[in-house]
Design a protein around this ligand. Structure first.
Ligand code: UGA
Length: 443
């Protein structure tokens, strides 16, 4: 079976590489010629563990290829659309579907009667997009008949950055939104290799599939915000939020995942998708208090982290030095999108505080980000903490979990740590002579 994946960004590349691993002939297409040239040389423009090896292996075996020409979809049984759906510039949070619709218009020019492909959205798209896509094709290729010459389906992705390959190959579930038996059979065949590994494949209508993606991300964001709110209460009245999360998580109905408190969720998905889901509620005049408060709480949380930091640092702030360990929105990625650090660092700088930072995924683009202007980037944690008044653990990279805390204590000006990810044991750190603060327990 030949498969085309249009859009060779994060989702498209992972999807294409993993499907080629199953022995399908996959062509990943992107209009960005430079990116395709790099991919042809097996240079991967994103940081995702395991992806590079998978791409190398399957291009060598000729299962995977790259092209900047949409004509190369010819002969594909399935065409995935995996282009970005950023927040629209209008500022109302709605997803901007212009890239999806542009692809559809271009596709309409090259589709032919013979291939009878299924056009499947992988991009995260709001409810009703499938219908709009069908109408676009009806308009732009009137000679082809929907459900006879081509089909449209929805197959949202649930990949986490940093573990995307594992998530694709061993998913909790696969969701396929289809309108008819032809699409159902074709997607069933596509995911048969996963089904053999007993991953449940759920078939729904297109609208439900579109909603499942947003509902899942919004629910996880809500879970995180819930535990962050509980952490705030613990800090005031006592109790330890980690024990609270553990106790709650042992109830199978709740589950222990996504109950880790922190500086607020970030990344390219939760913030954007909660805003887009809220926009769908608003647009359709359906009341949503929950999602709205998750969005607002998460924004306030980042500012509250600044208050927390400066309360511990103490006045006068000017010329004091803080070391931030980890700036990405989570570990195992170099992605900074909507990372809490982009809010926290500029606020601290404004108070005259000097920022030294370290991140295992640091690359020179970090230095050119306006929010990070003036930050002193260090190659290792020891250099980063030298003479510092305080360490703030922002991202829970494994490298920080095992760092030599005795040596670090000697290098610091004051042995103060604020651990926004709760990676250390409070008693141990106190015994070592640190003034240790974490999230969700009273000092
Ligand atoms: C998220 C979802 O987990 C994926 O299922 C989904 O496919 C993806 O979005 C998407 O829509 O494409 P991702 O953004 O890569 O994946 O990252 P997560 O691991 O979900 O973390 C998101 C944010 O929540 C991070 O800032 C992380 O630090 C924070 N988080 C996560 C917490 O603060 N506490 C937790 O317990 C879990």
């Amino acid at each position: 079976m030949k498969i085309s994946v249009i859009g060779s960004g994060y989702v498209g590349l992972v999807t294409g590489a993993c499907l080629s691993e199953f022995g399908y002939k996959v062509v990943c297409i992107d209009k960005n010629k430079k990116k395709i040239e790099l991919l042809k040389k097996n240079i991967i423009p994103i940081y995702e563990p395991g992806l590079s090896d998978l791409v190398k292996k399957n291009t060598k075996a000729k299962y995977l290829s790259f092209s900047d020409n949409l004509k190369h979809i010819k002969g594909s049984k399935i065409i995935f659309i995996a282009v970005g759906t950023p927040s629209a510039r209008r500022g109302d949070g709605e997803a901007d579907l212009k890239y999806v619709f542009e692809v559809c218009k271009e596709l309409a020019k090259v589709l032919n009667k013979k291939d009878k492909p299924i056009i499947v959205t992988k991009s995260t798209v709001p409810i009703g997009t499938g219908k709009k896509i069908i109408n676009l094709f009806k308009k732009f290729c009137p000679s082809l008949q929907y459900e006879i010459d081509y089909n449209v389906a929805s197959n949202p992705e649930f990949l986490r950055e940093g573990s995307a390959i594992e998530d694709f190959l061993r998913p909790d579930r696969v969701i396929c939104g289809v309108n008819n038996q032809v699409s159902l059979s074709c997607l069933k065949e596509l995911y048969r290799p996963l089904n053999l590994r007993e991953a449940p494949v759920l078939f729904t209508d297109i609208e439900s599939a579109e909603l499942i993606k947003y509902a899942s991300n919004a629910f996880l964001a809500l879970k995180i915000s819930f535990i962050n709110e509980m952490a705030d209460l613990c800090e005031k009245v006592g109790g330890n939020v980690q024990m609270v999360a553990k106790g709650m998580g042992l109830d199978n109905r709740i589950g222990s995942k996504f109950l880790h408190p922190g500086p607020g969720f970030g990344g390219s998905c939760f913030p954007k998708d909660t805003r887009a889901l809220y926009a769908s509620f608003k647009k359709n005049n359906v009341e949503s208090t929950l999602i709205k408060s998750v969005i607002e709480f998460n924004e306030r949380r980042k500012l509250n982290m600044v208050k927390k930091i400066i309360n511990i640092l103490g006045k006068p702030y000017k010329n004091k030095k803080i070391t931030i360990l980890g700036v990405t929105f989570k570990p195992n990625t170099d992605d900074l999108r909507e990372s809490p650090s982009l809010v926290i660092i500029p606020k601290l700088k404004k108070l005259g505080i000097k920022i030294y930072a370290h991140d295992p995924s640091y690359n020179t683009t970090f230095s050119s980000i306006k929010e990070f202007k003036g930050v002193m980037w260090k190659k290792n944690t020891f250099d980063a903490v030298k003479g510092s008044d305080m360490i703030v653990i922002h991202t829970e990279w494994n490298e920080y979990r095992g760092m030599d805390l005795s040596k670090i204590k000697k290098l610091l000006k004051s042995p103060v740590i604020l651990d926004l990810r709760n990676i250390f044991n409070k008693n141990e750190l106190n015994e070592m002579g640190y003034l240790y603060y974490n999230i969700g327990s009273k000092k």
